[in-house]
Design a binder for this molecule. Structure first.
Ligand code: LLP
Length: 426
């Protein structure tokens, strides 16, 4: 992860650094496994979206699920970001981190009434409503609270995001959004309900998108709908196009994702069919803001060989970073102490009692001895947020680096934390 794709990380005197801080120093002080994030890289990624969308009215609603630690949310809130949330828990985090409720969009197919009430009370910008039944429930909940809920309807545009099937969301067979064919009727119905203030149209077709064309296709379908709704008097003022760009996971042969500027140009081009119909653009990037900015640091526990394989056993596992096991994802890896030794092919595995507990398979890495540190890159998004306590492993600490200084933004869990709220039956 010491390429242009990972701006916060480089070797200095053969020691891997995050900005001005040696990763070995962080590991020595905080222990491993630990997630380390570059503040500069997060800020740069956020600003790249802002710059790419300059010239059109826009709001960047950072997708909280990618990394919801208070220290990261606070950083983004201070940059002026809004938030894309999918639960009452994410709303709680965003507000606790100092985020602006007025810039929050609430997506998700299964909002509970209690979640709706808390979001109405906070005064969020909009609910991205995903079904006909949800339209009625939100109308009722808003009226009972004596308010009107600002709403966008999430349309499923039936566009292939060309990504991993688990994270493709804009196809008819996926559970998300209101079917394109039913969308017009849903807008008409919602527009007539007294508890709803229908302002927006929304879609999210998937994550880790490595081309601009699926974005353009989805925007084209939504713009067509915006114009046809306008012709019957339903005026849409917010166009939310969901998550952002994919990122470079450092796998040989994978095409790099488009630049922010190419994305911005494609979005503007696709929106140009709207002509005089002015809308505000909302985007909900997550992965591309925090993903490249984070590494997971692990320490080598053991090496072992059998007849067919070499294994590097480290102290991070699938409970810390589930992406390789769950999606077969590739994450770049480098020893923290640069080595000139010839690489060997190894499986990087964790201590968890499952064959599925691997961080890399058949990876060429320089030999690393017990006690050496390994940096696992592109781990800033969907790393900590998908981590668990499986095998009763405390979740990792998190550190935010800014220049020469660093802050522990989350302590490592203790064993006490792991049994909190549990009791033994009489
Ligand atoms: N908006 C909505 C409604 C979403 O569902 C998502 C991601 C995003 C925005 C952010 O998309 P991004 O900019 O990050 O591509 N755990 C998977 C990714 C799941 C994505 C779920 N939704 C992974 O580790 O690859």
């Amino acid at each position: 992860m010491t390429s242009a794709a990972f701006p916060g990380f480089e070797y200095r005197d053969d020691a891997l650094h995050c900005e001005g801080v040696a990763l070995a120093a962080v590991a020595a002080a905080v222990g491993t496994p630990v997630f380390v994030y570059s503040r500069g890289a997060i800020e740069t990624a956020y600003r790249a979206y802002d710059a790419a969308l300059a010239g059109i009215d826009h709001l960047i609603c950072y997708s909280v699920k990618a990394n919801s630690s208070l220290g990261i949310l606070n950083l983004l809130a201070r940059l002026g970001a809004g938030a894309d949330i999918v639960s009452g828990g994410e709303l709680y985090r965003w507000l606790k981190a100092g985020g602006d409720a007025g810039k929050v969009v609430f997506s998700g197919v299964g909002k509970t009434e209690a979640e709706m009430r808390s979001a109405l009370e906070a005064g969020i910008l909009a609910f991205n409503v995903e079904s006909g039944e949800e339209i009625d429930v939100l109308d009722r909940v808003a009226r009972a609270a004596g308010v009107r809920a600002r709403v966008a309807l999430r349309v499923n545009p039936d566009v292939d995001a060309q990504t991993h099937p688990y994270i493709s969301t804009g196809l008819t067979q996926n559970k998300f959004g209101i079917a394109a064919a039913a969308a017009r009727d849903a807008f008409r119905r919602a527009a007539d309900l007294p508890g709803l203030d229908v302002r927006g149209i929304d879609c999210h077709i998937g994550s880790q998108l490595t081309k601009t064309s699926p974005f353009s296709d989805a925007i084209a379908r939504l713009c067509e709908l915006i114009l046809s709704l306008a012709s019957e008097g339903i005026r849409i003022t917010d166009l939310d196009i969901g998550g952002g760009l994919g990122i470079d996971y450092g796998k040989d042969g994978d095409a790099p994702p488009p630049s922010h500027d190419a994305y911005g140009a494609a979005v503007k081009q696709a929106m140009s069919v709207l002509g005089d119909h002015q809308v505000r653009l909302l985007v909900e990037p997550g992965r591309s803001i925090v993903g490249p900015a984070g590494v997971l640091l692990a320490r080598v526990l053991y090496n072992k060989d059998n007849e067919v394989k070499h294994f590097t056993i480290v102290d991070a596992a699938m409970n810390d970073l589930i992406r390789p096991s769950f999606y077969g994802s590739h994450h770049p890896m480098q020893p923290v102490r640069r080595s000139a030794a010839a690489s060997r092919v190894t499986d990087v595995v964790g201590p968890i009692c499952e064959t599925g507990d691997f961080l890399a398979r058949d990876r060429a890495l320089p030999p690393m001895e017990r006690g050496e540190l390994l940096a696992i890159g592109a781990a800033g998004a969907y790393g900590f947020t998908m981590s668990s306590n499986y095998n009763t492993r405390p979740r990792a600490a998190e550190v935010l680096v800014s220049g020469e200084t660093w802050t522990v933004i989350r302590d490592r869990e203790t064993l006490e934390h792991l049994v909190r709220g549990e009791r033994i039956a009489e």
